[in-house]
Design a protein around this ligand. Structure first.
Ligand code: NCC
Length: 353
């Protein structure tokens, strides 16, 4: 399998954009569901449109990658590379029902997760949502161990939970003082987060497994996933809001703020896929946490933002957890874990004796 090398700067750039977009997305989504004036849009349509935009952008990225690599000069070469691009789309996407079916699993799970974010943020404050959603970090670690057959030492497990606690403290803010215009049900909000946490862990690791187990390009995998994503989210629109959408229209209640939410959901999704390609889902959690800490530290230096005790202790936990997670595994496992290798070494010694 081809291993693509990208610079650390590029990885850091993608992680920072992903984290920044995710933070803005959560706040903007909450705003459109609770404070923004005007008629409330159908959230199911927003999730569906984001899938369409991601599909178009991925097609564009694939075309750009393909045409710029294979058509250095000349009209004939350009025409033949367009033909090859078309053939590739037909072969890898249209005539690959098995692959499409494979990718329909995470697209269905992500569709549920993305809809749950709207349910949760319609019922809970954005800060409460972000803090509780950090449970996705241990959930992702568990899915990685179970589905990718990777192992984590005890120290690494410890650091995963430490990270979870650290991010919670870093993001801890007093509840929103603004008055919301809809009735909220915190129980429904927390249930939605619980579902979103499970979906995020499972779908993320499943996509990573499919992506990394073949040479198929990231953009082809994304296109395969977003195609079924569109179908699944359209079914969601039909089941949840079908009658109302028929009556009022698909884009009913869309304001510039709603368009911003859809745009952020699309860009954020694509950056997430790049981050998963070049790192992994656990690293995604660690790096996002580090980016949150660094951006707050930058705000302190640039804008004189006040650091609270909770932030400082959370940041300390985040840094410590990153350090512990990154410690060489052999050393830590010998220190902390009598694992299978150590057992067999012991048996061998006993036999020798
Ligand atoms: O929850 P999270 O990600 O794991 O959700 C992944 C999001 O990325 C989209 N995706 C994933 C893979 C892929 N190949 N293409 C994609 O479009 C999925 O559809 C899903 O929306 C995080 O790690 O915290 C992160 O959080 C989301 C978002 O903030 C939460 O889900 C809250 O609703 C971020 N998404 C956005 O900012 C739009 C994501 O970047 C990081």
């Amino acid at each position: 399998m081809a291993v693509e090398n990208v610079s650390v700067v590029f990885k850091l750039y993608c992680l920072s954009v992903m984290t920044l977009v995710a933070a803005t997305y959560t706040v903007a989504l909450r705003y459109t569901r609770t404070i923004s004036s005007g008629d409330l849009y159908f959230s199911t349509t927003a999730v569906c449109i984001a899938e369409v935009i991601k599909l178009i952008l991925s097609l564009g990225m694939l075309a750009n990658q393909h045409l710029s690599y294979s058509a250095p000069s000349g009209h004939y070469r350009e025409t033949s590379s367009i033909v090859r691009f078309k053939n590739m789309i037909v072969e890898q996407i249209i005539y690959s029902p098995k692959e499409l079916l494979k990718l329909s699993v995470p697209s269905l799970v992500y569709a549920v997760q993305n809809n749950m974010a709207f349910v949760a943020l319609s019922n809970l404050d954005a800060a409460v949502y972000q803090v509780t959603y950090q449970l996705k970090i241990p959930c992702t670690a568990l899915c990685t161990v179970l589905m990718l057959n990777r192992s984590l030492s005890r120290l690494q497990w410890f650091s995963v939970f430490m990270l979870c606690g650290g991010v919670t403290l870093v993001q801890w803010k007093p509840a929103e003082a603004t008055k919301v215009q809809i009735e909220q049900n915190p129980f429904i909000g927390f249930m939605a987060i619980a579902v979103a946490v499970l979906c995020s862990g499972f779908a993320g690791v499943y996509f990573e497994k499919v992506l990394k187990s073949s040479d198929t390009s990231l953009w082809v995998r994304n296109i395969q996933m977003y195609l079924s994503g569109i179908v699944v989210t359209l079914i969601g629109v039909f089941i949840n809001d079908g009658e109302k959408v028929m009556e009022k229209g698909f884009f009913y209640g869309y304001t510039p703020w709603v368009c911003l939410v859809v745009f952020l959901a699309s860009v954020g999704g694509l950056y997430t896929s790049i981050v998963v390609k070049y790192t992994d889902n656990i690293m995604k959690g660690f790096s996002a946490a580090a980016a949150i800490v660094l951006s707050t530290v930058a705000s302190v230096l640039l804008f004189g933002l006040q650091i609270t005790i909770t932030f400082a202790s959370g940041a300390l936990l985040v840094c410590l957890s990153i350090y512990l997670y990154g410690l060489p595994k052999q050393d830590t496992s010998k220190l902390t874990r009598p694992d299978k290798a150590t057992d067999s070494e012991l048996k061998q010694k006993l036999i020798n004796v």
